[in-house]
Design a protein around this ligand. Sequence first.
Ligand SMILES: [Zn+2]
Ligand SMILES: [Zn+2]
Length: 281
Amino acid sequence: MGGSSSRQQPQYNPPPPPDSIMGRLYSQSQPQALFSYHQDAYAPHHYEVPSTTTAQVIPVRWDATINKGSIKLVSNDYKPNFYHLEFEYDSEFQCLINIYFFADEQIGPAGVQYIVNTSKYPQPLFLNLPPAQSQKCSQATIDISKYSPDELFFRNSNSYPIVIEIIPRYPPETSRPPQALTTYLSFERKGRNLGVFPIRQKLTLAGQTYELMEIYGFSEKQGADNSNCVICLSEKNDTTVIPCRHACLCQYCAEMLKNQGRNSCPICRGPISSFVTIKLD
Ligand SMILES: [Zn+2]
Ligand SMILES: [Zn+2]
């Protein structure tokens, strides 16, 4: 029998038109950034003259997060092929954690929904959890003997092997913009065992959805060590190379590279599709 199961999510706004990555950037103690959702920003098909963009940092206060580095599959000693999905979460508030295996992401006027064919795949788990810090969550389980390698290791742009959403539930008196952090994972082989790795994270904040991108080498602190441009060594490294996301240039040297038609990252020699300068207020 079975059927499908889904949860209503906050409104998803369509991505901005191409060549306006702009939007906003997130920055906090972790050197991470949010770009408006823009596929080409991280998966360019060809590399021509890089474009330059300026992005504004907006501070995000995380009300509920999943620690991406803590997510793992733990095998069960007694039941072969049986795994627990384990991770840590932080939440200042009561929160919902929704876990879907083999979910199709559907974006419609009503928002984002995750659809699971529960006649074949595990029932989604909807957990209502108390506020906590670095709290372990391992209720979700999967018996992988039921699935073929093709099912476990599939690649598809809007289907995901595992989706974890965390949504803070605010008390009525708080007036915070609603947020939801969604982490998408794939299975991977780890020797004779199975593991997972995060493919992407998205934050929905006040009805806007942002792709979360880590930026390497970026520091918010003026004058912090190794925060200078690798070319002129004097200006701040406020400009990030896309798609490798090395924050290694100042705005002027990025402009110079662009004008010289040089299109490889000074750190990793990877191709440059664009530069994003991060403006801190
Ligand atoms: Zn420079
Ligand atoms: Zn690079």
